[in-house]
Design a protein around this ligand. Structure first.
Ligand code: 3PG
Length: 207
């Protein structure tokens, strides 16, 4: 699986911040039950890496990856935990080298034309546009398409069910990312039906 294949898995990649490891398997099962076959577990919490490991081991019906990968060590640890892809909020040469060395699909972050061009120079044409709304939203991405038609994006950061369709309609957008499928209160309450329903709605976007 490469980064373009990753973008084709679902119109929305759920970006999941897990406070507790015990939430990992049920949340992954709920997303899969809603028709979303991919989950990005952020390494922003202590529970992140172990959550990747558990989902990889126990929920074969979902493709699990690690998000918020900011160091070479996190890239290697995510691969060892069973992640199938890595997402970075921004790209540095050192981080990119380590992420690509894992052999996994990598969705590297970029927010400016120069950053996008640096990724294209390295042969990476699938990237995360982050933070999508603060960095200029659909207007910015449309403008980038003229000079950089080869780049394909997963905008993330400020995406909602309301604005996702506008992003998904752009010719250079493959999917979007967002945290709204797994609200903190639903995780805390163990409300997996709500997560499943949010996933079902998201999987119908862009269709
Ligand atoms: C990310 O890391 O991709 C974002 O924090 C997700 O952004 P959102 O919470 O605005 O969806």
């Amino acid at each position: 699986m490469d980064a373009r294949d990753l973008m084709a898995l679902s119109p929305v990649i759920p970006v999941v911040v897990l406070p507790e490891v015990g939430q990992a398997v049920p949340v992954a099962r709920a997303l899969a039950a809603g028709g979303v076959g991919v989950i990005e577990v952020t390494l922003r919490t202590e529970a992140g890496l172990e959550s990747v490991r558990r989902i990889a081991a126990e929920v074969p019906e979902i493709v699990v990856g690690a998000g918020t990968v900011t160091t070479p060590e996190q890239a290697a640890a995510s691969a060892a935990a069973g992640a199938r892809f890595l997402v970075t909020p921004g790209s540095t040469p050192r981080l990119l080298n380590a992420a690509l060395d894992t052999g996994l699909a990598v969705l590297p972050g970029a927010a400016t034309l120069g950053e996008m061009m640096a990724l294209l120079e390295r042969g990476l044409d699938a990237m995360k546009f982050f933070p999508a709304v603060p960095a200029g939203g659909t207007a910015y991405l449309s403008a980038a398409h003229g000079p950089l038609p080869a780049a394909r994006f997963c905008p993330t950061g400020g995406i909602t069910p309301a604005n996702a369709p506008e992003f998904l309609a752009l010719p250079n957008v493959g999917c979007v990312g967002g945290s709204w499928l797994t609200p903190r209160d639903a995780l805390e309450a163990g409300d997996w039906d709500r997560v499943r329903d949010l996933a079902a709605a998201a999987s119908g976007l862009g269709g």
